[in-house]
Ligand binder design. Structure first.
Ligand code: AMP
Length: 118
């Protein structure tokens, strides 16, 4: 069954209805700084397609998912954290702590990150 259309604050960023500090964009995705950074570098990488979460991605979106991860790595290079190390995270659903229902990968770095997450 096709998911009903939905919109989030990230949709508004993609349509440039609200501002964002964009660090990268191409035809299928956008990367911008998190408004509430949890590390010196905290960038969100999102698809232009409003997929609700990784759990909602379909097999025919595998190429897009791979591209998003590739962009995460490129953003880390651009932000100067590739050599020191960084973390790529996607939160899914209630227990995963997801607050915006538009798939996004967090790219976090610039400090030593704890493990396991809380
Ligand atoms: P999550 O909790 O994994 O769903 O992550 C959502 C992230 O979006 C949080 O880290 C928020 O700080 C961030 N966020 C929410 N609104 C904005 C916004 N307008 N611009 C940039 N980041 C935002």
């Amino acid at each position: 069954m096709t998911e009903p259309e939905h919109d989030t604050i990230f949709g508004m960023i993609l349509r440039e209805e609200i501002p964002a500090d964009i660090v990268y964009e191409d035809e299928s995705c956008m990367a911008f700084r998190d408004i509430n950074p949890q590390a010196d570098v905290h960038v969100l990488v999102i698809p232009r397609t409003p997929i609700r979460s990784l759990a909602h991605a379909t097999r025919d979106q595998e190429v897009l998912l791979g591209h998003l991860l590739s962009v995460c790595a490129a953003v880390a290079v651009q932000e100067g954290i590739s050599d020191s190390g960084y973390r790529v995270v996607t939160n899914i659903g209630r227990d995963g702590g997801q607050s915006v229902e538009h798939l996004h990968f967090h790219v976090l770095g610039g400090r030593s990150l704890g493990w396991p997450p809380g």
